[in-house]
Design a protein around this ligand. Structure first.
Ligand code: ZN
Length: 144
């Protein structure tokens, strides 16, 4: 989260309620994905400090980085909403988040990494399938 910016303006009740339910770090979807991938025998670094953006998961040999994105903070096309109050403030803040996401992607790509984003709304199994498939492609290129 962006800690440098000004504190958020007061929220309407509905938004506050939604925030209460919103996990901030090592979110439940992220933990579930980690558990699932671990169960499949995949090994990865968590919040690798040596990489741009400290990806949630990093498969160093495959050079595959995973971010598990919250629907609100990263503006999921299905669930990304803007609070009714202080709409402009939120619009700018969330736009900055998304711009930062893309900058991280670019920085990682330039280092030869592949970046996958998983939405917090995705089913754990489906997300794990996606990650595992990409990981297999990266560690064992298809035989001719
Ligand atoms: Zn979503």
């Amino acid at each position: 989260m962006d800690r440098k910016s000004t504190p958020p303006p007061p929220l309407d009740a509905a938004t506050s309620a939604r925030f209460q339910r919103m996990p901030r770090s090592s979110t439940k979807p992220e933990l579930a994905l980690r558990r699932e991938l671990h169960g499949r025998g995949l090994r990865f670094r968590v919040n690798h400090p040596g990489l741009p953006g400290r990806p949630d998961l990093a498969f160093t040999r495959a050079k595959l980085a995973i971010f598990v994105d919250g629907c609100f903070w990263h503006r999921c096309p299905e669930h990304g909403t803007l609070p009714r109050n202080n709409r402009d403030w939120w619009q700018q803040k969330l736009d900055r988040n998304v711009a930062r996401d893309r900058a991280k992607d670019t920085a990682l790509t330039e280092l030869g990494w592949m970046v996958l984003h998983v939405w917090e709304h995705e089913a754990t199994n489906a997300a794990a399938d996606r990650v595992e498939a990409e990981w297999r492609r990266r560690v064992s290129p298809a035989t001719p």
